[in-house]
Design a protein around this ligand. Structure first.
Ligand code: IPD
Ligand code: CA
Ligand code: CA
Length: 265
């Protein structure tokens, strides 16, 4: 299953890379004016769904563009065929394809492919997290003041006062930097790789994170909700970091969120 997932992620990533090189992408919007979908989101999802269906006819599939629902039992693939659609639509060179296999609702394997850097990140439960053949380990950055973090802003940010501005303002002035790459799946993979020390976001979906949460854990880090409970599929917020920094990340989020409505634990 891992071999097939790696192969399909590469194929879908190649398709995205060619689309990026060709330019001229047709764009439509979804949940809000800033939530975009391109012809490449759809083509990449088609490729992944057809590839998985033909090899695993009994497995359920939950793709961002074709829909579905999380299942509590059995094998289920969750797919984000193009994470970083806004970047892609503008030609900004940061995007990826990411997919994960859940068994009875728990991430079993995850693959994230960055086609422009040819970085193939993957993890299998109990087998470590990897970039190609190289084993990944989270950073050992001990404190926020010397950390590099990443975050993102959900598509409801114009209509929802809980839009991550408070948390971002908090960390921008207390860290070496806060990045907003536009691809949640890459940011969390980069935490696993130790290139970022932590990542948080609210309003996130299972297909953005299922692969990356497994990578972070297999690389020795922690991935929880804002309340500190281990992240699981269906949770809409996440705080992922190296094991030393994670508590400070959670505390910062909680401090910054004072006055905002409590999120589901
Ligand atoms: C989005 C990206 C972005 C994050 C958003 C996601 P999409 O995914 O990962 O970085 O901030 O919350 O929805 O729409 O490009 O697949
Ligand atoms: Ca996404
Ligand atoms: Ca997407």
């Amino acid at each position: 299953m891992l071999t097939i997932a790696l192969d399909l992620a590469r194929q879908a990533g190649d398709l995205l890379r060619r689309g990026h090189q060709n330019g001229a992408v047709s764009i439509a919007s979804k949940s809000s004016a800033v939530d975009l979908v391109t012809e490449y989101d759809l083509a990449s999802e088609r490729l992944l769904v057809e590839g998985l269906r033909s090899r695993f006819p009994d497995h359920a599939i939950y793709g961002e563009e074709s829909g579905g629902a999380l299942l509590a039992t059995g094998p289920q693939w969750v797919i984000d065929p193009l994470d970083g659609t806004t970047n892609f639509a503008h030609g900004y060179p940061v995007f990826c394809v990411t997919l994960a296999l859940l068994i009875d609702g728990q991430p079993e394997l995850g693959v994230t492919y960055d086609p422009l850097r040819d970085d193939l990140f993957w993890a299998q439960r109990g087998q470590g997290a990897w970039r190609g053949q190289q084993r990944l380990r989270v950073s050992s950055t001990p404190t926020l003041d010397v950390s590099l973090l990443a975050t993102g802003f959900a598509y409801d940010r114009a209509s929802n006062a809980d839009n991550n501005l408070a948390e971002s303002a908090h960390f921008v002035t207390r860290t070496r930097g806060v990045r907003r790459s536009g691809s949640a799946a890459l940011e969390i993979a980069w935490v696993a790789a130790g290139w970022l020390d932590g990542y948080w976001e609210r309003g996130i979906q299972v297909w953005d994170l299922a692969a990356g949460v497994l990578m972070v854990r297999e690389a020795g880090g922690l991935a929880t909700t804002y309340s500190g409970r281990p992240w699981q599929p269906g949770d809409r917020n996440v705080a992922a970091a190296n094991d030393v920094l994670h508590q400070a990340l959670l505390q910062g989020i909680q401090t910054a969120r004072q006055g905002l409505p409590a999120l589901p634990a």
